[in-house]
Write a protein that binds this ligand. Sequence first.
Ligand SMILES: Nc1nc2c(ncn2[C@@H]2O[C@H](COP(=O)(O)OP(=O)(O)OP(=O)(O)O)[C@@H](O)[C@H]2O)c(=O)[nH]1
Ligand SMILES: [Mg+2]
Length: 189
Amino acid sequence: MGLLDKLSTWLGKGRMEVTVLVLGLDNSGKSTMLNTLRPPEQRAQHLMPTVAQNHDSFQSGGVCFTAWDVSGAPRHRALWERHYRRAHAVIFVVDSADHLRLVVAREELELMLAHPDMCGRRIPLLVFANKCDAPHALAPMQIAAVLGLERITDKPWHVCASSALSGTGLADGVAWLARQIRDAHLPKS
Ligand SMILES: Nc1nc2c(ncn2[C@@H]2O[C@H](COP(=O)(O)OP(=O)(O)OP(=O)(O)O)[C@@H](O)[C@H]2O)c(=O)[nH]1
Ligand SMILES: [Mg+2]
């Protein structure tokens, strides 16, 4: 089978199923992001803070994502690690206008990356610098600097400005994730 045949099989008939963890502090916009990724007729009108965890699904670039949306409230953060082992990718959502809690977001990100079920695994990390529509929101490069993303060497990472409310930036970020996953699993010719 030639490369093009392999590619079309891979991108066409053989759709990939991927588990993505959606993490970040409470109020960062995780559930809003997943809601906006749904078809308009399936969107919830009102969202409440997540209790424990939910799952949802969306598709991009021939990849079918099952997303675990785990609450970022302090009492629920211990749940995050239960999902690490099965994750093929992580979306970390940051409220880029919540300057005071960026340091907490960094601590939680570092704890996640250092966990034995995560450390050394080459799974893609997409950071949404969310609420880019809010006054005083930091730019993605500033978020990358505050979070120390340049120190991550065991995973491909990407930071993307987003507004989960309007959908700005979501498709670009998720397309990057889909490309990373597809490229990592493309059959070698
Ligand atoms: N301005 C603005 N507000 C947003 C954006 N995304 C989410 N919000 C608001 O932020 C609040 C929290 O959003 P959620 O999606 O519930 O946050 P979460 O990260 O799921 O929070 P937990 O479930 O508690 O972990 C809601 O009032 C949203 O409307 C955004 O991009 N811009
Ligand atoms: Mg939520």
